[in-house]
Design a protein around this ligand. Structure first.
Ligand code: SAH
Ligand code: SF4
Length: 351
């Protein structure tokens, strides 16, 4: 009931300046009001009309009657013992839930979700085991950022679209959200501090290239041959590994920006010396980075490799032409590591 009522309202987060102008125009208000509200919402990041000091009370009242600043409700925050990582659970207008993760370190990075569930169904990923429900709106994506920023003192320096969902299957809203995060008149996060990670939706990688977006692109490789990748990532049947590598080359040749390949290391699946060799062959001379992510177990059939196995794999990559980094996920104790986000049923959350 509560949520049904909210459906009728306009929500300001998610709108760009032109959209705000159009809403205010319909209310018979001058254009400059849009700029003022835009700044309150994205620059000062307030969540109450009363705090819009340069908006007359009468207009504040009219805004309250027909609109809300944010549509999402922050439901729960879970932190790990040393509190460098926190997981946020949100409830959306339709009752759906999503999670976002805050990680404080040398940089302060937040990991945002783009969909409720994920239809790609990678076999090693907790989100992939949930049923896919829907795309998030640009507003629902940006609101995750705003809530996390509000709740923490240190300024968020980086955003990664690596939470629940496949950003390139929600392309328009993800790009719109990134544009809102990037806008220098609003949140003002540098384009190179925003990373979009895709499981390999080939036509969207090409579109992203053609549209010349400056956001960083990451591709989840996770396998070294059609067969090896297909075993854990069924999407490889739709978009072959060859076509994915061609799209990666296309991106490099047109943008001259380096892709980061994510490579989740799964014990006995893709972590042998031979796999490392094959990875070098696959990438060939493509200028890129490779981010090796030791698997975060989710209680299924896949296991994290031992440190020894990780070293064997990395040693084989010692003289690779690309840079190799290792991501030790933070937040695994609170299921906030990479690929561990999955909203459990209410009963499970309650215990
Ligand atoms: N859908 C996008 C972005 C979200 S997943 C994508 O797949 O790229 C973000 C990253 O987490 C991906 O590189 C994915 O391969 C990795 N990942 C998924 N499950 C994981 C797990 N259990 N442990 C470690 N990394 C995982
Ligand atoms: Fe979806 Fe990414 Fe998880 Fe695959 S790894 S199921 S694409 S969220």
């Amino acid at each position: 009931m509560f949520y049904a009522e909210k459906y009728d309202k306009v929500h300001w987060v998610g709108m760009n300046l032109a959209e705000m102008e159009s809403v205010l125009n319909q209310m018979g208000e001058p254009k400059y009001r849009a700029k003022q509200i835009y700044q309150w919402v994205y620059k000062h990041q307030i969540n109450k009309f009363e705090r819009m000091r340069n908006i007359p009370n009468s207009l504040q009242e009219r805004l309250k009657a027909r609109s809300e600043i944010r549509s999402t409700v922050l439901n729960k925050v879970t932190s790990n013992p040393n509190s460098t990582t926190k997981k946020y659970l949100f409830t959306l207008l339709d009752g759906g839930s999503v999670e976002a993760v805050y990680m404080k370190g040398r940089r302060t990075t937040v990991c945002l979700s783009t969909q409720i569930g994920c239809a790609v169904g990678c076999r090693f990923c907790a989100t992939g085991t949930m049923t896919y429900q829907r795309n998030l709106t640009a507003g629902e994506i940006v609101e995750q950022f705003l809530y996390l920023q509000n709740d923490n003192d240190s300024t968020i320096t980086n955003v990664v679209f690596m939470g629940m969902g496949e950003p390139f299957l929600n392309y328009t809203n993800t790009i719109k959200a990134a544009d809102l995060l990037n806008d220098k008149n609003g949140i003002n996060l540098g384009a190179r501090r925003i990373t979009i990670s895709t499981a390999g939706i080939v036509p969207k990688i090409r579109r992203f290239t053609d549209e010349n977006h400056r956001y960083k692109l990451a591709i989840s490789l996770n396998g070294t041959s059609q067969e090896n990748r297909g075993q854990t990532m069924p999407i490889t049947e739709t978009y072959s590994l060859d076509s994915l590598m061609e799209a990666a080359w296309y991106y490099w040749q047109n943008s001259k920006r380096m892709i980061t390949f994510e490579y989740v290391l799964l014990s006995g699946i893709n972590d042998s010396k031979a796999d490392a060799k094959q990875l070098k062959n696959l990438i060939g001379g493509l200028p890129c980075k490779v981010n090796v992510i030791p698997y975060n177990e989710i209680g299924g059939e896949y296991k994290r490799p031992t440190d020894e196995q990780l070293q064997i794999f990395l040693t084989e990559l010692d003289h690779a032409r690309f840079t190799v980094t290792v991501r030790q996920s933070q937040g695994t104790t609170i299921d906030a590591g990479c690929g561990q986000l999955a909203v459990k049923t209410t009963e499970e959350n309650d215990d």
